[in-house]
Design a protein. Structure first.
Length: 193
């Protein structure tokens, strides 16, 4: 019995990982239950043994993605002790880079879903709003001024920059968007000194 519960938990985890990646790569509406289950190595019929509905899967997958984003930020901050670096630079560089731009399925759910969230369910919007508040607070702590309003502007700049860089079909322009936005964000770090 313990093995079957452990196996079920492992299967559920695979489904959440797959669903969160698919949502960030293709959007909420593109998530298909059958494809998600197949990607997790399970049958479509096993879905209701794990989730009450597709909407429940979406909310849990988004919660999973946002939790992973928080964990990546904490790990990134802990791993970065570069000379001359600041906490804000560490956060900004974590988001405003080519790897993040090119791999939405592995990146920030807010950056991936910002454009379509206005059409999402109230539960999805509430999760993204809560994450926005959390990220803004973390950015405010990382700035030299600690200003929450400036931090919100920084987060908006980061999310907008990733969204635009992913939207354009010009690689040089996309890289310029990232570099220009990073430079703009870092002026806020210098402003409080």
């Amino acid at each position: 019995m313990g093995y079957s519960q452990a196996q079920k938990a492992e299967s559920r985890q695979r489904v959440l990982e797959n669903a969160s990646r698919q949502i960030r790569e293709h959007g909420i509406e593109a998530l298909g239950v059958a494809d998600c289950m197949r990607s997790a190595g399970l049958t479509h019929g096993a879905f209701y043994g794990h989730f009450a509905s597709r909407d429940a899967l979406i909310v849990e997958a988004l919660e999973y993605a946002l939790k992973r984003s928080r964990e990546r930020i904490v790990a990134h901050e802990a791993d970065n002790g570069e000379p001359g670096g600041t906490p804000l630079r560490f956060i900004a560089e974590m988001f405003l880079n080519e790897r993040h731009m090119e791999n939405p399925g592995e990146g920030c759910a807010l950056c991936a879903l910002a454009g379509e969230a206005r059409h999402a369910s109230a539960d999805v919007r509430a999760l993204l709003t809560r994450y926005l508040h959390d990220l803004t607070a973390r950015v405010a702590e990382a700035t030299s001024s600690g200003d929450e309003k400036a931090a919100l502007g920084i987060v908006a700049t980061i999310v907008g920059a990733i969204t635009l860089a992913r939207a354009v079909d010009d690689d040089a322009l996309a890289k310029s968007i990232l570099a220009s936005s990073l430079a703009l964000v870092m002026t806020q770090d210098d402003a409080g000194r």
